[in-house]
Design a protein around this ligand. Sequence first.
Ligand SMILES: NC(=O)c1ccc[n+]([C@@H]2O[C@H](COP(=O)([O-])OP(=O)(O)OC[C@H]3O[C@@H](n4cnc5c(N)ncnc54)[C@H](OP(=O)(O)O)[C@@H]3O)[C@@H](O)[C@H]2O)c1
Length: 323
Amino acid sequence: MRYLACDTAKRISKIGLGTWQFGSREWGYGEPYAGQEAGAIVRRAIELGVTLFDSAETYGFGRSERILGRALGESRESAFLATKMLPVVPVPPVVEQRAVASADRLGAHWLDLYQLHLPNPLFRDTMIMPGMRALRRIGLVGEVGVSNYSLGRWRAAEEALGSRVLSNQVSYSLAARSPETELLPFAQEHGHIVIAYSPLAQGLLSGRYHRTIRPTNRVRAASPLFLPDNLDRAASLIGALREVAAAHSATPAQIALAWVIRHPAVAAIPGASSVEQLESNVAAAEIELTDDEYQALQAASDRFRPIAGPAAVARLVRSRFGR
Ligand SMILES: NC(=O)c1ccc[n+]([C@@H]2O[C@H](COP(=O)([O-])OP(=O)(O)OC[C@H]3O[C@@H](n4cnc5c(N)ncnc54)[C@H](OP(=O)(O)O)[C@@H]3O)[C@@H](O)[C@H]2O)c1
């Protein structure tokens, strides 16, 4: 495993583990996964040197945090444990109460990273951050983070906190490159980090899915990326991933992850539906892409133009209702 070069109390692995899948109905992995496989994934991740574990109070209505906390057990102290609060009415007493509830579900005395899941358009960060400051003061929270924040709002959050807002968790993959414009340069320059969620574009970049083999769960049925026409459009990007993968005796998913974490300020948190996937994702941390390979993937990603916006919504509605 490789780790981020940043001055945090615990090391942060370049490949972490996302746990939205744990106990969440929308992923559709069912009870055997929530009851057994998820725990086995966490335990194997620890054995392989993963320290970054990411959850949220909303995942499975708290079930993800409970599964993660149980599986971490004694290893909780060495893990860099991250979770997120949904900032609905995020006045200080609410922020404080929600952090305590998350820590309780995780069975933790300490949250290494407490993140705001998304920017609240009605509450400014000056109203939210006093709650975060109080949590740090009493020692329940180590680092503060945000998620789905623009650069302007990330900076404003930091000013409101009066100290470092370590991370911004955003969608970043070969199918979602907008963080490259502002967030990555800012993170690199200021010793902050970007936590890449959906680094496999929710499984699209594994190359497993085609027009005729589409994932059926609710998350991906609602995602424009998995529309049949977009799966066709992704073929050439998947082809480029396969080509680089062949040179490394790796899989397209591993190359997609190696590409994401090549940036020094980025850690990725892929989800996994099995222990085998987790092992494969961890192994991606060791893959060194050459400059030529990196650029070839970048070029293939530039050419990938999925149908998006209202046109995609209309198609999603048609595919949902079979018209
Ligand atoms: N902050 C936010 O707003 C936000 C939003 C989304 C996600 N997240 C976080 O980011 C984490 C990861 O994002 P995500 O789950 O949306 O997408 P992702 O990590 O890109 O995709 C995960 C899915 O890809 C497939 N997969 C994983 N490893 C694979 C491998 N080695 N080979 C082939 N397929 C593989 C699995 O699905 P199948 O096996 O079923 O194909 C898995 O469920 C989440 O768990 C969550 O913690 C945060």
